[in-house]
Design a protein around this ligand. Structure first.
Ligand code: IMP
Length: 215
């Protein structure tokens, strides 16, 4: 089978403006013309999967079928070991309909305290990003990225979004909330590994599907 490449017009299967901006930034060097499910007015499918990869595929399949374009979707979250992987798939839900992450972060801390998890080694966590690409003919590819670290309290740093201020990535002295966005999400030009889960998943996608298109 001929290897696939992503080129021309694609749809990013999201209604989230932040995610869309980040994906467009990542795709920019590859000459891909990316519209989004939100911009095309496509309906948002229910995320009924039990894994990040299933939820990403639900989104990319729906967008590819509705638009007739190759579709790229991301599903992500933070998994805390001492909480049996919670909030995990429900990372966005913990912030409620108002998407307020101050109480969501406080809930993580409260649950850790209930379990007596005060030492850094009891507060291990990782972010996961699953990226799926579905073509209109049904062909599909999956790329996953993870970044491991520790939950800190109180939250640190005004940058980023979601759980960034309480996540201290391994080998770093600053939380994601204290880092500039290029430091967290950037893809190093020298080919070394990116830091964030999403950028790591994107590096895999780029080397499989985009490398030949690089301008
Ligand atoms: P999704 O839109 O269903 O993929 O939900 C992802 C949720 O996971 C977000 O709303 C955040 O709560 C959390 N999350 C995913 N990636 C990050 C990140 O890079 N930093 C902080 N929180 C994140």
């Amino acid at each position: 089978m001929t290897p696939r490449t992503l080129s021309g017009r694609i749809v990013i299967a999201t209604h989230n403006k932040g995610k869309l901006a980040e994906m467009r930034e990542l795709l920019a060097p590859y000459g891909v013309d990316a519209t989004s499910a939100g911009e095309l007015g496509l309906p948002e499918p229910d995320e009924t999967g039990f894994m990040f990869s299933e939820n990403a595929a639900i989104k990319s399949r729906a967008a590819a079928a509705a638009s007739g374009l190759p579709a790229l979707a991301d599903d992500s979250g933070v998994c805390v070991d001492a909480l049996d992987g919670a909030p995990g798939l429900f990372s966005a839900n913990w912030a409620g309909p108002g998407k307020n992450f101050a109480p969501a972060m406080a809930r993580v801390e409260e649950e850790l305290r209930k379990r007596g998890a005060t030492a850094p080694e009891q507060r291990r966590a990782h972010f996961v990003s699953a990226l799926t690409v579905t073509w209109p003919d049904g062909h599909e590819e999956l790329f996953e990225g993870r970044v491991f670290g520790t939950i800190v309290w109180p939250p640190r740093g005004p940058r980023g979004f979601g759980y960034d201020p309480i996540f201290l990535p391994d080998g770093h002295a600053r939380t994601f909330g204290e880092m500039e966005s290029h430091e967290k999400h950037g893809v190093p030009a020298d080919g070394s590994e990116a830091l964030s889960h999403r950028a790591r998943a994107f590096q895999k996608l780029a080397s499989a599907l985009l490398a030949k298109n690089r301008a």
